[in-house]
Ligand binder design. Sequence first.
Ligand code: AMP
Ligand code: GLY
Length: 429
Amino acid sequence: MKVMVVGSGGREHTLAWKISQSPLVSDIIFVPGNGGMQQMGECIKADGEDASAVADIAAGRGVDLTVVGPEAPLVAGLVDEFEKRKLRVFGPSAAAARLEGSKHYAKSLMEKYGVPTGRARAFNSFEEAKAYVETLSPPVVVKADGLAAGKGVIIARTSEDAVGALSDCLVESVFGESGSTVLVEEFLEGPEVSILTLTDGAACAHMVPSQDHKRALDGDEGPNTGGMGAYSPVPLLDAATEESIHADVMEATVSAMASEGVPYRGVLYGGLMLTSDGVKTLEFNVRFGDPETQVVLPRLTGDLVPALLATVDGTVADLAMEWTPEYCVCVVVSSGGYPGKYQTGIPIKGLKAASSDSHVEVFHAGTRLQDGEVVTAGGRVLNVVALGGDFTEARGLAYEAVKAISFEGMHYRTDIGHRAIQWQEEHGG
Ligand code: AMP
Ligand code: GLY
């Protein structure tokens, strides 16, 4: 079969790598792809949010399955357009994608169905939000309702900062329409984990847990980014807590969506915080995580394609996914300056040497081919991923590979997996 992957990041390159290993797949194409995907198949320029243009490509090229990476095309209704045209597509409808597209919608659903989450109130009026915030003791969390490219969550350490964030959203409209509703949420503390669950709207198949590193600098300092690295498994997540996340968060939400008449199909991403008061759901995403995918899929021992098809065909109840017990670590290599301003078009050296070990893969994110040479084309540039028998081995292999790579201004964190290693030192195992 012919598969089309929509997106241009490390998540999509990883999906493509895994999909292309399937004996079911003869051909793979990309919209729009990146420098890594350009080396795997045809890359077609199109705007992923233009559902009818992407559907035209799928129909015109005889694509049998389209896999959508990022959230924006899903929220914009790509899946609805494909279904209308009887084209097979992996992902939720626009109505179901509101779980990520509107934090207010997600919060209301969780409250209605008793899914554990932080207390929050929604506001459209700056004056009302300000009056409410001034009754709270900081820190408080201000969240823009809609999609904001990962920038819509502000942790306000003082009331003044909280009022500033409210003003940015509700008065200055820095997030446009996405910030015209805000949530003011209680501040929660604890380690975070991500769970990816495949579902056909009824049954669920949970993937192995992972943890990403959102801050730019070592020691979880510096600004928030799209993710600077990840690892799986997560030793600090015990089996009972994982079970409870599966049942009380992921399955409860899939079942809630079905009860609402908005069945959820595709992959559901739960962002969870393990607080002293139990598990709390921070957010849902309606797609695979980036860079979580880069450490979860290398641990899947079987074929990904039947698993993706099961969500479309309604056969997830029969799905059995198997995982290697090995550890997987991903180090993100970014452009100097990211998540602020950075240059692009810089040649990257050492890619072949970096992936010479069979336990290492280098997935491309912000890259492109220019005259046959791989150059930088984004903030997060590469994902260096290694599998190992234990954390120390996986991490060592990943960092050894990172050291083979060089480009001007290149930045990476040197402490990916630090929480896991610290936890293992304290608890053994
Ligand atoms: P979200 O997009 O809602 O997951 O938020 C992005 C990041 O902000 C999360 O991964 C957390 O690190 C942080 N965050 C979100 N909500 C809260 C909260 N209520 N308390 C503390 N940190 C939060
Ligand atoms: N790693 C966070 C996300 O994919 O949203």
